[in-house]
Design a protein around this ligand. Sequence first.
Ligand code: ITT
Length: 206
Amino acid sequence: MECITGRTKTTEMNLIFATSNEHKLSEVRSMLPEGIAISGLKEIGFTEELPETQNTIEGNSLQKAEYLSNTLNTDCFAEDTGLEVDALNGEPGVYSARYAGEHATFNDNINKLLKELEGKNNRKARFKTVITYYSQGKSVQFTGITNGVITPNKRGDKGFGYDPVFIPEGSDKTYAEMTLEEKNLYSHRKKSFEGFANYLRKNAVL
Ligand code: ITT
């Protein structure tokens, strides 16, 4: 497979992760099994923005992986993540990155979310990550979902995105109050990545 750009003497393989989000990159690096390394878009010198014009998380995940694979003639994986809030009919969902506008910051998006939820009792939400592995013209997807609630105010300064307002089920801390290791005990991204790693193992890629 082309995406596996080479094995070192210790049989480490390198997968291209089609993301320019450095936070996602560090999180995935913290959950990699033995024998696998990843390179982000910056590291391979790819500076173009990947298209994300689909209206589902699955669609955008596939679009990013397929675009990079076809452009560079290489195998790779991509992921798309969204926060689905019950009282907002599943919003911001696929639009999580630009909820408060095209160039919105994490804070802008959180402020908009908290405003939209003002006076609403139902604070249930879930993070959903869909990884697409695009290999030799074929795609396979792995989904990770974590249920939780949206807090009334921001708490914590770790992590990124909506982390300061999301408490996963089973914890009393927001993701932003957790170390990376703690976040990985609950993480939507970790769950989808585990599916991907199992697939690589089963298919004797790892
Ligand atoms: P790439 O497309 O380059 O991978 P992106 O930042 O555009 O990066 P998405 O389209 O998947 O990523 O946008 C998801 C947004 O959802 C992201 O900008 C964050 O605001 C938020 N998000 C994703 N994962 C998150 C997490 O683990 N914790 C909190 N917020 C998260």
